[in-house]
Design a protein around this ligand. Structure first.
Ligand code: GUN
Length: 282
């Protein structure tokens, strides 16, 4: 079987160029606020690439870089200020946060209409209850976009998701269920994981275990989506053993160049939609 490698960069470029055209044509000014607490190198790199992508499509984007020792109340005060500022349309607090700050409290403080990450319990609840009004977290939304680029309908397909995080596994399970998949969420305590995965039409690896998924875990012709971002000896790799799985999967997303670029494109889409909702241009 020849495996099609899905070009996430090209799909993301297409999404971003459509947003850029609409912003330029209508002279819109969506404004995203990104909050980073502390000096985590990876988070700083992610946030700078989010800012670069936002500016490239014509959005405003400020990074609020706070000290590692920032208090919970200090961060809540900034969020409250940004909630009230009608020139700010999207707010994103980069995770993880330092130990003295409770992430649940922080995420819950962002106004749901400005919650472009879709992590606020209000948006997470809407998604879980099957509403199409939810702001959907960027990574699951990007994965859905990738799947739709190869399958017009996902109806009746069995999706196995490895990982139950609030950022990927759980919201993706709801999203795929809302698109008529039969969904199984697997995790570190799941029994017979390779055999379970081999029953999947869609296999999503989002567990942070480098090269975990092997050829015998994959049903012939399945779509394999790799959400992992790991480093082995300085080299980036996913949660799927790409070389081993090629030739067995029907479709596969590479790392880098698969899910990662789509996540940023979907964040911009959420920010643009938040802008439309708040300014009644829709
Ligand atoms: N940390 C890892 N992924 C994400 C994300 O999608 N959004 C935020 N805010 N933090 C993250």
């Amino acid at each position: 079987m020849s495996t099609v490698v899905i070009d996430g960069k090209a799909l993301a470029a297409d999404v971003k160029s459509r947003i850029a055209v609409r912003i330029a044509e209508k002279n819109h000014k969506p404004h995203l606020a990104v909050i980073l607490v502390g000096d985590d190198e990876a988070s700083l790199v992610y946030d700078r690439s989010k800012q670069k992508a936002a500016k490239a499509v014509g959005m405003e984007c400020d990074i609020f870089h706070l000290e590692e020792k920032t208090s919970e109340n200090g961060l809540l005060a900034l969020i409250e200020h940004l909630n009230q500022d009608e020139n700010i349309h999207g707010i994103l607090v980069q995770l993880p946060l330092p130990a003295q700050i409770n992430p649940e409290k922080i995420i819950g403080a962002i106004l749901p209409q400005k919650d472009v990450d879709g992590f606020n319990p209000y948006n997470a609840g809407l998604l879980q209850s099957g509403s199409d009004k939810a702001v959907v977290a960027a990574t699951p939304k990007g994965i859905l976009h990738i799947l739709h680029s190869v399958y017009p309908s996902l109806k009746g397909m069995h999706a196995v998701i490895i990982g139950r995080s609030n950022i990927v596994g759980r919201p993706l399970a709801s999203l795929l269920l809302n698109h008529d998949c039969t969904v199984t969420v697997a995790h570190s305590k799941t029994a017979n994981l390779p055999e379970l995965c081999a029953t999947a039409d869609i296999l999503v690896a989002a567990c942070g275990c480098p090269k975990l998924v092997k050829r015998n875990w994959v049903k012939s012709g399945a779509a394999v989506i790799d959400v992992g971002i790991n480093r082995i000896e300085g080299k980036l790799c996913g949660d799927v053993d790409f070389e081993d799985v090629c030739g067995q999967a029907g479709f596969i997303t590479p790392v880098p160049g698969g899910v990662g670029p789509m996540t940023i494109a979907m964040l911009l889409e959420n920010t643009y939609q938040a802008y439309l909702n708040q300014t009644e241009h829709s």
